[in-house]
Design a protein around this ligand. Structure first.
Ligand code: FES
Ligand code: FES
Length: 162
């Protein structure tokens, strides 16, 4: 093991895992080792949101997060959001509202929306736009995405009341 390598242990989509990573290795690259490709590296500069994942429930850019920093933490990717195959209200709303075109940006938008709704269950359109400002969609599906997040908010509130 080289001087800059370190073995880390963390929860990945609820499962304890171990990895040995170099100090410059980023989180997106680490996830690919586990065959998780939902978080995509696009800009590589923290500008597009395509690499968004949740670390201890907070959305981070995987391209700017050093893999070693998730040691001891809980990492959730788009692949780990559903519950035994049942999509979350947010995932279902993105499908139902046609907010997915090529899909490249979708995991990042969904995870950011999940974090928004955990923080603000009934967001205004302005709050939705603010929270999603760091996520870019090259297909320009923004109207559908905003509609999907509004629908997801209503579904999540209804789900919580049931
Ligand atoms: S690839 Fe990480 S923000 Fe664009
Ligand atoms: S759906 Fe294609 S980049 Fe957003």
């Amino acid at each position: 093991m080289g001087a800059t390598e370190r073995t880390i242990r963390f929860a990945l989509n609820g499962r304890p895992v171990t990895a040995t990573v170099d100090s410059h290795f980023d989180l997106v690259d680490l996830l690919q080792r586990f065959d998780l490709t939902g978080a995509r590296e696009s800009c590589g500069q923290g500008l597009c949101g395509c690499c968004t994942v949740l670390v201890d429930g907070l959305a981070v850019s995987g391209c700017l997060t050093l893999a070693q920093l998730v040691d001891g933490k809980s990492v959730t990717t788009i692949e780990g959001l559903d519950q035994a195959g049942v999509l979350t209200p947010t995932q279902q709303a993105f499908i139902d509202e046609g907010a997915i075109q090529c899909g490249f940006c979708t995991p990042g938008f969904v995870l950011m929306a999940e974090q928004l709704l955990a923080h603000t269950p009934d967001p205004s359109e302005e709050e939705i736009r603010d929270w999603l400002a760091g996520n870019l969609c090259r297909c320009a599906a923004y109207p559908e995405i905003i509609r999907a997040v509004k629908s997801a908010a209503a579904r999540t509130r209804a789900h919580a009341r049931a």
